[in-house]
Design a protein around this ligand. Structure first.
Ligand code: UD1
Length: 415
């Protein structure tokens, strides 16, 4: 199993290009199922989840032509309307084929995702929404089996904000008969990026980015070219790493307008941040100050940045309270941080972190994608060597992270 060996203490310095967003690329790849024509995506990140999604689509009969940072998908000859268990269990986002398959072909069989390291993560809202649009759904042998002659527009109110739930139902609605309104919809920028691609394919969508999205169904969609938006979580991860090491870095091809809550917290921690077009520069000239945070749906502070800020707080001046409101089991990095000497108490969904002057290198284990990023950041500031085990989690969702960190001066190698 591959590991990362990190020699702590180097300040990050230099410029790094931000990749296309994983959480935009995955739903948009699924959107290619909605048309018989070519859908060409550029700025596609090179990472395991994208490769897994491409493989899943290929298994269904989609032709996939990959080139560096781009791909063309053609769903003109889909012959298998199924996402099997072994795919869905490695990548929950595979649930995103459900809406497109059902609305275009009238049938879909998608494995239930099952348990997940960061919480139970059910898909009941996806199912309820499709039922409201007239789908017949049976759960059999661990699979969701959905059928519908043609979905019909409906008014759907989400009990809680779900990103992939919003995306699945938006994709289902674009080919439904009539108008669908999604209320209490997710406002995440990735939902907007998906909507923009669907609109380029001929869909009629209003309100993406607000909590009410209106979709007027059309009979068919055509091909399109779409450039995947920059990854705001990768951006935030590099900024936190630079802040933790007392460095100065510039992100290129990034978007500051979708990072407000993260940039605010970094400023509160003492970082100087300058934004110029698609460049974001962060400079940290002091020991970070502890920052309290509470995760919540966009535009509030993202749960996908909670672990990285936890690493920052472990070496900050003062104490911080971190409240996780989205996932019930997203503090698994805490035990590993403690192995480096961090002082953290957890009570339910709240962690109290008492900043210490120095972490000490040790062997630690990655447990999920963003927890892995947190451990890498901790390794960058810990004294001596830190070995991060099980980095396959990291490879799922970060493009060439150790190469990018090395180029910024980090002492990091894969073993
Ligand atoms: C997406 C992101 C993930 C991010 C999360 C929250 C992708 C591929 N993944 O995940 O990186 O951490 O948003 O920003 O975009 N829930 C239900 N029933 C449902 C659906 C969700 O109870 O049918 C609950 C979940 O258990 C969770 C909360 O709703 O507690 C939010 O989950 P959701 O927004 O759906 O997360 P994902 O879309 O899976």
């Amino acid at each position: 199993m591959q590991k990362l060996a990190i020699q702590g203490g180097a300040r990050l310095n230099g410029e790094v290009r931000i990749s296309g967003a994983k959480n935009a690329a995955l739903p948009i790849m699924c959107a290619s199922l909605l048309s018989a024509d070519d859908v060409r995506l550029s700025n596609l990140p090179d990472m395991h989840d994208v490769a897994t999604m491409a493989k899943l689509l290929q298994q269904m009969g989609v032709s996939v032509a990959l080139s560096p940072q781009a791909a063309t998908f053609n769903a003109g000859h889909v012959d298998k309307l199924e996402a099997p268990y072994d795919m869905v269990k490695t990548m929950r986002a595979a649930i995103l084929v459900l809406g497109p398959l059902l609305t275009r072909f009238g049938e879909a069989r998608v494995s239930l995702p099952g348990g997940c390291a960061i919480g139970s993560r059910p898909v009941d809202l996806h199912i309820k929404g499709l039922q409201a649009m007239g789908a017949e759904i049976h759960i059999e042998h661990g699979y969701i089996h959905a059928t519908a002659k043609r979905l019909r527009g409906a008014r759907i109110l989400f009990d809680l904000v779900s990103v992939t739930g919003t995306e699945n139902l938006m994709m289902a609605a674009v080919l439904a008969d009539g108008v669908t309104t999604l209320e209490n919809a997710a406002r995440e920028p990735e939902v907007v990026d998906l909507a923009n691609c669907l609109i380029a394919m001929g869909a009629k969508i209003d309100g993406a980015g607000s909590d009410t999205i209106t979709i007027r169904g059309v009979d068919s969609l055509h091909g399109a070219h779409h450039r995947v938006m920059p990854d705001r979580i990768e951006s935030g991860t590099f900024l936190v790493a630079a802040a933790a090491t007392g460095g100065r870095i510039t992100l290129s091809e990034a978007r500051a307008d979708i990072l407000d809550s993260v940039l605010d917290k970094l400023r509160e921690a003492g970082a100087r941040i300058d934004v110029s077009g698609s460049h974001i520069t962060l400079e940290m000239l002091r020991r970070p100050a502890a920052v309290n945070l509470r995760t919540a749906p966009y535009p509030a502070f993202p749960t996908d940045m909670q672990a990285q800020f936890m690493a920052l707080n472990t070496i900050a001046e003062g104490s911080a309270m971190v409240v996780e409101t989205i996932f019930e089991n997203r503090f698994m990095h805490v035990q590993e941080l403690r192995r480096l000497g961090a002082q953290i108490d957890v009570e339910g969904n709240t962690a109290i972190i008492k900043g210490c002057a120095q972490l000490e290198g040790a062997t630690i284990m990655a447990t999920d994608l963003r927890a892995s990023a947190c451990l890498v950041i901790a390794g960058l500031v810990a004294q001596g060597e830190t070995i991060v085990d099980r980095i396959y989690h990291l490879d799922r969702g970060y493009e060439h992270i150790e190469a990018k960190l090395s180029a910024l001066g980090a002492q990091i190698r894969r073993i």
